[in-house]
Design a protein around this ligand. Structure first.
Ligand code: GUN
Length: 299
């Protein structure tokens, strides 16, 4: 029988640890952790994500600030906002929601965030620390950090001898995920859209992580019997069974058939998704501890 990980439950326990850490930082140092979330334009899905991030930050006892900028915002205006948040000592984490409208260049914006406030883990300093195995002073991208909580829960801290395959090579997920697995001593293969014989490569994986953005692409015969399968895809597909014009969310893994082969799986929705926000809260409270010079508790 496959074990389906309840991402909401695991995320809730991370959030409880974050709340406790935020409260003790407040009591002992008088510091309230602060998160600023910046969104440009009116993409409804991005607004929904950002609203839940701001709301969760409040629930954690943080100072939560949301900057909603119009689509016509210029590169200079966005740069000025980031610069003012960098200088604001009550803000410990800055997140600029991606994607930005087409006329804006995300890269200089991300690289202008102070690395110690880069709770998205996208600054090259944080990417570099992860790549060199420094997990103590950097900040790790939230979705891979969340996926890694599931991996550790199943396999423990030490993945020596285990084979991991990550499908997808984005800076936001695939690359940091592979680094985290490698840091934990897994033997890691990174696969992507140009990989040949993808199914054969996936079938070797004790830990298979799919982040391609193709609905139900990973079939049962791509999965090694007994594998742990982490599905990072969030794809909206038609759901005529729910009525005309209705849609639903599915992952990159063909869940029902994969469940006959895998030992552990994450569902979509309700798997990795809730962990992303929980890890953003964790990164913010970690950044606040470091800024206050207080030892960071285990979250
Ligand atoms: N858009 C979708 N996911 C993310 C994320 O984790 N961080 C940012 N900044 N934007 C996103």
């Amino acid at each position: 029988m496959v074990e389906v990980i309840d991402g909401k439950q695991v995320a809730a326990s991370v959030v409880e640890s974050v709340k406790a850490a935020a409260a003790s930082l407040g009591n002992e140092s008088g510091v309230q952790a602060g998160l600023a979330v910046v969104i440009v334009g009116d993409d409804p899905a991005s607004h929904a994500y950002v609203n839940s991030k701001s709301k969760m930050a409040k629930e954690c006892g943080f100072k939560s600030v949301q900057h909603t900028l119009p689509s016509e915002t210029t590169q200079e205006e966005l740069a000025r906002l980031v610069s003012s948040l960098n200088a604001d000592t009550s803000i410990h984490g800055i997140l600029v929601q991606l994607p930005l409208p087409k006329h804006l260049n995300a890269e200089p914006v991300i690289q202008s965030i102070l690395p110690e406030k880069d709770v998205d883990g996208l600054h090259i300093v944080n990417a570099g620390k992860l790549a060199t195995g420094d997990l103590e002073t950097g900040l790790v991208s939230c979705t891979p950090a969340g996926a890694m909580v599931f991996v550790r829960r199943t396999h423990g801290e030490d993945l020596s001898g285990l084979t991991a395959v990550v499908i997808g090579r984005s800076n936001l997920f695939g690359k940091p995920m592979a680094q985290l697995l490698l840091n934990a001593h897994a033997t890691v293969t990174m696969a992507h859209s140009r990989t040949k014989d993808l199914g054969d490569i996936c079938r070797a994986a004790d830990i298979l992580v799919a982040a391609v953005g193709r609905p139900r692409m990973v079939k049962a015969d791509w999965i090694k019997p007994g594998a742990t399968v982490i599905d990072v895809g969030i794809n909206r597909v038609p759901a005529p069974e729910k009525g005309e014009g209705r849609t639903k969310l599915v992952g990159d893994v063909a869940f029902e058939e994969a469940a006959d082969v895998a030992a552990v799986m994450t569902p979509v929705p309700g798997g990795v998704g809730p962990m992303t926000i929980a890890m953003l809260m964790a990164n913010t409270v970690i950044a606040a501890h470091r800024a206050a010079g207080v030892r960071v508790p285990k979250i």
